[in-house]
Design a protein around this ligand. Structure first.
Ligand SMILES: [Zn+2]
Ligand SMILES: [Zn+2]
Length: 144
């Protein structure tokens, strides 16, 4: 599965079947996306590979450790490796084919914007679940 930023400078590739999506409705994700929530998936590092444009990756991190990587040319949010893990966080909107992907979890529902109506599907967490629990939930579609 190929993914690219808006301008196409940054390209990456994910191998194997993709796990489910989660959306985070916290105020930081609202700022970094400009929208009501992000939509992302988490893939093991051995399934993720940069194809081009790594020189275009800019990174921002605030004092709480919230990190946002983005394309220096077009501003698209970009995948980044999770702190202390080998897994990659991947913004779903960058993927070229989103067939069969489902939103399995909504995080920080308690912080959602007043004008947002969250879809009913998936597990709703008032704040953030334990990362390992979330990880398992997102990979449920891969158990077969
Ligand atoms: Zn770009
Ligand atoms: Zn968030």
């Amino acid at each position: 599965m190929r993914g690219t930023c808006l301008c196409g400078a940054v390209k990456f590739e994910i191998t194997d079947t993709l796990p489910n999506i989660y959306q985070c409705h916290c105020s930081l994700c609202r700022k970094s996306t400009g929208a009501f929530a992000n939509a992302a998936l988490i893939v093991p590092g051995n399934q993720f590979q940069w194809v081009s444009g790594q020189g275009c990756i800019n990174s921002y991190e605030n004092e709480s450790g919230y990190r946002s990587d983005f394309c220096a040319k077009c501003g698209s949010p970009l995948p980044n490796s999770l702190k202390g893990k080998t897994d990659y966080w991947v913004p779903v909107g960058l993927l070229e084919d989103k067939a069969n992907l489902e939103v399995a979890a909504h995080l920080h529902v308690g912080s959602k914007a007043s004008w947002e109506v969250i879809a009913t599907g998936g597990v709703h967490y008032q704040d953030a679940p334990d990362l390992d629990c979330l990880y398992q939930l997102l990979r449920k579609n891969l158990d077969a």
